[in-house]
Design a protein around this ligand. Structure first.
Ligand code: HEM
Length: 197
């Protein structure tokens, strides 16, 4: 079958999105294998995975305005893979924290997650991302109908919770979390009907 140049370009861009999303994972594994992950590699992996999760979540939020306002129509197809990659890094972030940092010690984990406000907010963001990842399939979209759209608007809540979590985790210098927060709020404003139209 012959592909039009437009669909070939769309497939190429899709490939770039997948490669760009997986590159940080490959770079982290590479750095780990070469002992380049600072003196505390576990902490470095948790921090890197958390940051990649936030970056990809924000990239996923940027797809709708790119498509509707800036008329880069193809961008809407990147929203789901970018969101799922964000979830993958959040799962790695949480998984290393639970399995490696805390060795699945449930008593210590309960303290670490439920008694520290920054971890609790991160946990809430993680739960929202989990619900969105599970229901991201076409089957769930069909089953939930209009409620699917409403449910998936929670992605902005996940983004803002992740930013608060980030700000509370880094404590001293909150310029980076503030910058991410500003970008997410801007992307949310761009989705509001009066702005969009
Ligand atoms: C699922 C529950 C979560 C737990 C238990 C958790 C735990 C943690 C911990 C312990 C840190 C501090 C790491 C350190 O500096 O030693 C941290 C930082 C961070 N987390 Fe989470 N997190 C969770 C969810 C999330 C989610 C869903 C995101 C993003 C979507 C996220 C993004 C970040 C970021 C950006 C940082 C700061 C990294 C840095 O210092 O550069 N976290 N998290």
């Amino acid at each position: 079958m012959h592909q039009s140049p437009t669909s070939r370009r769309a497939r190429l861009l899709q490939g770039v999105i997948h490669l760009a999303s997986l590159a940080p994972l490959a770079a982290t594994i590479w750095a780990g294998l070469h002992g380049d992950l600072t003196a505390n590699p576990i902490q470095a992996i948790i921090q890197r995975a958390g940051r990649y999760a936030l970056i990809l979540l924000t990239a996923s939020l940027a797809c709708a305005p790119l498509s509707s306002i800036f008329e880069l129509r193809v961008a809407i197809r990147w929203r789901r893979p970018l969101g799922l990659y964000a979830f993958m890094y959040a799962a790695l972030h949480f998984g290393v924290f639970v399995a490696v940092d805390y060795g699945f010690d449930l008593v210590l984990l309960r303290e670490a997650i439920f008694e520290k406000r920054f971890a609790l907010v991160g946990f809430a963001a993680g739960l929202v991302l989990l619900a969105l990842a599970i229901t991201s399939t076409r089957g769930w979209a069909r089953r939930l109908g209009r409620r699917w759209e409403q449910l998936h608007r929670l992605v902005y809540v996940a983004g803002l919770l992740a930013v608060i979590h980030y700000a509370w985790a880094v404590k001293a210098d909150i310029r980076q979390p503030l910058a991410w927060g500003a970008v997410i709020v801007l992307l949310l404003i761009l989705r509001l009907p009066p702005v969009r139209h």
